[in-house]
Design a protein around this ligand. Structure first.
Ligand SMILES: Nc1ncnc2c1ncn2[C@@H]1O[C@H](COP(=O)(O)OP(=O)(O)OP(=O)(O)O)[C@@H](O)[C@H]1O
Ligand SMILES: [Mg+2]
Length: 280
């Protein structure tokens, strides 16, 4: 078994042995009356029990993932984080989709960088979901091999803790390791709605980020947008046509709130990039 699945399995066994120990306790006090609700121990925090993984710095650099530590290069994502948080808090929103008109605008790169920038805020808990189910790339960008499929989680067949991993204390990743050839129905289904509601109730994240496919290619992103509070649209300088951007913004606006637009790869007149500066 590869490292990531092995980490999930170890965490699962640990949880099972803790549950076993917990199961013994009521037997010893079976005659005790139902405790006063105010005296009950608070539910255990489930975050520490998620399997923890380390990220590979080399893979991060190769994929232009620059925001794990604060630096000049992470600044655009830190600014984006602050603006997004402000708007989402003002509106009481927790679920953010990231999409674009056409492919290759930088959605996944931005999703991962934003999630890592958020994870540097110790008081915040973030969950990043790879919801580009046909062509998932988040695991690969993070150098994580052998991620399990996310489909059983969305069908209600597995628990979040059996699928997700944790980076540090406050960022969880729901990776999609196995491409799904026809996920549209699943993305708009009640089982997906219920699975996300369960995750939100159990893990109480401050922000859930969903890396989606493009809007104008296929129906998957459109099918999923009903499940989020708002969406960020990525456009790529020198690539995204205005007509496509306009159609995308209108389509997204039919299903959710458009939080804003990121123009990725914009080169300033002094030759520098304003968005994600890369090495190629
Ligand atoms: N500002 C940038 N400068 C240079 N390269 C970039 C920039 N942003 C993203 N890239 C590169 O462009 C490619 C596409 O980025 P990414 O995978 O984030 O796009 P995407 O919108 O998620 O694509 P897809 O639609 O295929 O899911 C990657 O190789 C990424 O490293
Ligand atoms: Mg992508």
């Amino acid at each position: 078994m590869e490292k990531l699945q092995a980490a999930i399995e170890i965490a699962r066994r640990k949880r099972a042995s803790q549950d076993g120990a917990a199961d013994l306790r009521p037997a010893a006090s079976a005659h005790v009356e139902t405790p006063d609700p105010d005296q009950r121990a608070p539910a255990a925090d489930p975050w520490p029990d998620l399997a923890e993984v380390e990220l590979d710095r080399g893979a991060l650099i190769r994929s232009r993932i620059l925001s794990q530590n604060a630096s000049m290069e992470s600044t655009p994502f830190d600014v984006l984080r602050t603006k997004i948080l402000y708007q989402m808090r003002q509106n009481g929103w927790r679920r953010l989709a990231i999409t674009s008109p056409m492919p290759q605008c930088g959605k996944s790169t931005t999703s991962v960088n934003l999630a890592l920038a958020l994870s540097r805020q110790p008081e915040l808990r973030t969950i990043l979901f790879d919801f580009d189910l046909r062509s998932p790339t988040v695991a690969q960008k993070l150098g994580l091999k052998d991620a399990p499929s996310i489909t059983p989680l969305l069908r209600g067949e597995t628990e979040f803790a059996d699928q997700a991993v944790r980076v540090g204390p406050n960022l969880a990743l729901a990776l999609s390791g196995v491409p799904d050839s026809d996920p549209t129905r699943l993305l708009m289904s009640d089982s997906t709605r219920e699975a996300l509601a369960r995750v939100q109730t159990t893990y109480d994240p401050d922000i859930m980020i969903f890396d989606l496919p493009s809007i104008l290619i296929g129906d998957d992103a459109r099918a999923f947008l009903q499940h989020v509070d708002c969406a960020l649209i990525l456009a790529r300088a020198d690539q995204t046509r205005y007509g496509d951007f306009d159609s995308c913004e209108r389509e997204v606006g039919e299903y959710t709130n458009v939080l804003g637009v990121v123009l990725n790869g914009y080169r300033r007149s002094d030759g520098k990039f304003d968005a994600i500066e890369g090495d190629g």
